[in-house]
Ligand binder design. Structure first.
Ligand code: ADP
Ligand code: MG
Length: 487
């Protein structure tokens, strides 16, 4: 087994780290507000869930601390209210741990761009900052190929991505020696590119250019190789890639089967690896499922750390909606957040699409309330009809997923896996094709309509509380969509 879990080690390490930080801090006077706040945050982080922490605290700043009163700046009214109502005590406790004289906390709203200026004591320059900030959203650094829009602060962590996230955190601290290579895999739109680019940006900033980082899509890598072969300039490519300290290749599944590219990648990989250079790879599936990947590359990948990114659960979806709407400074109530999170489940890209559309509609028609727009938008975005998919295809795909034969689903076997696959098939036939229960029962081994109702309801209910089942259904739906799209 190449997969190892690191979450437990990390937690212990981070507790120790925080304890050390607090000790050092207590010794260090005079008081540096930013350091003080960072130490407090480190404690708060241990008290609340990671998604909540990231969502609510990452843009917070301590801007004043005098006579036992602390003043905390938050980017908008929404987060101010939220934090005041839910985290007041947690914050107070964390501040008191660091400084017993803390009595009271006040909060003020300072939009993001202004907080930065306060920090630098140049409040007057606000307006110039705003335009620069939005411009940098799309900036790609020509040296690293990294887009600055991706940063770790905006990456929300939940159960489905915490292992991958933790692995990148360790790498940032110990480039090249800890998890090498790091192989991150997961379905479309689940945050692979965001996470690896953000990791690259963090390394670049942390080591201030001393560590050379390069991000390439596997397409770009392939093009480089092809160009070099055509122009008989293999040396150039060798030099170019082997001078790198951290190489990130996105969507590696695309190089599988391209012999020359794989060959060159293999050599580049070895050259970097032998020199303890960090390699981070992303893919839409685990190495063992990239059919055309050469064995030697596969075993190299499996020799490192493999972490998957799964489908976001309900909690993470809520946290992401909160974070994205907060970023865009729109006010959105809890109920609306819940509606979006329960209906938009496919991936994070789709979730973002829905949010952007809501913002767009609202900007066109300010009168309309967000809650009235939401349902319309969700329907438009998520109800893409699955093209020409029929019952048999669904049965076939479920069977493939469970590695059983379609006949098993139709037969009467009560084996646990087979029974589950059958119920899921019934659920999907109802959910996707809206078929009637009697029809579903008849088609699946001449069963009674009550069996189909039972199966549908059982799965629908179970989905609310069982993340594993949720992952399975999302994966199957993705396969169905691919199949339907292709045919
Ligand atoms: P992938 O590379 O896996 O297809 P991306 O990294 O392109 O997915 O993510 C799709 C979109 O969703 C991006 O806009 C990204 O910023 C956003 N996103 C993905 N995961 C997260 C997350 N955990 N927190 C915040 N935004 C996310
Ligand atoms: Mg990607």
């Amino acid at each position: 087994m190449a997969e190892k879990s690191i979450a437990s080690i990390d937690r212990d390490e981070s507790v120790k780290y925080i304890e050390r930080a607090i000790k050092t801090f207590k010794k260090n006077k005079p008081m540096d507000l930013e350091k003080f706040w960072q130490s407090a945050l480190a404690e708060i982080e241990l008290q609340i869930s990671r998604p909540n922490f990231v969502t609510w605290f990452r843009n917070s700043r301590l801007i004043e601390k005098q006579d036992g009163n602390a003043l905390i700046a938050l980017p908008n009214n929404f987060s101010k209210e939220w934090i005041e109502n839910r985290y007041y005590k947690t914050i107070l406790k964390a501040l008191r741990n660091l400084d017993e004289s803390t009595k009271k906390i006040d909060f003020i709203v300072v939009p993001q761009n202004q907080t930065n200026s306060i920090k630098n004591d140049i409040i007057k320059k606000r307006q110039e900052d705003t335009s620069q900030l939005s411009f940098s959203e799309f900036k790609v650094d020509p040296e690293t190929n990294l887009n600055q829009r991706y940063d770790l602060n905006s990456f929300i962590v939940g159960k489905s991505n915490e292992l991958a996230f933790a692995a990148t955190q360790s790498i940032i601290q110990e480039v090249g020696t800890k998890y090498n290579p790091l192989f991150i895999y997961g379905g479309v739109g689940l945050g692979k590119t965001h996470l690896i680019q953000a990791t690259g940006n963090a390394i670049k900033n942390l080591y201030r250019g001393k560590v050379r980082v390069k991000y390439v899509s596997s397409e770009k890598f392939t093009n480089d190789v092809i160009w070099a072969i055509r122009n008989k300039r293999m040396e150039t490519i060798k030099e170019k890639y082997r001078l790198i300290d951290v190489l990130m290749i996105d969507d590696i599944q695309f190089i599988g089967g391209k012999t020359a590219t794989e060959e060159e990648f293999f050599h580049t990989f070895n050259a970097l690896y032998e020199h303890n250079k960090q390699i981070i790879i992303s893919s839409d599936r685990a190495p063992k499922f990239i059919p055309t990947l050469e064995e030697r590359l596969r075993s190299r990948f499996e020799g490192g750390m493999i972490a998957d990114i799964g489908y976001p659960d309900y909690e993470l979806r809520c946290a992401i909606i909160k974070s994205k709407t907060q970023e865009k400074q729109i006010d959105i109530d809890d109920e609306t957040i819940n509606t979006i999170a329960s209906k938009v489940q496919k991936n994070i890209r789709e979730l973002e699409g829905v949010i952007n559309k809501i913002i767009f509609y609202q900007s066109r028609n300010n009168e309309e309330s967000i809650s009235s727009i939401v349902n319309k938008v969700i329907e438009e975005t998520t109800q893409k009809p699955i093209k020409s998919i029929n019952i048999n295809q669904i049965i076939k795909i479920v069977a493939e997923y469970y590695e059983i034969s379609p006949i098993d689903i139709l037969n009467r076997s009560r084996k646990k896996e087979i029974a589950e696959s059958r119920q899921i098939t019934m659920y999907l036939l109802r959910d996707l094709l809206k078929l009637s229960y009697p029809y579903i029962g008849r088609k699946l081994g001449k069963r009674d309509h009550t069996t189909a109702i039972y199966a549908y309801e059982k799965i629908a209910k179970e989905l609310q509380k069982n993340p594993n089942l949720n992952q399975k259904i999302m994966a199957i739906k993705e396969l169905i969509e691919k199949d339907g799209g292709d045919s």
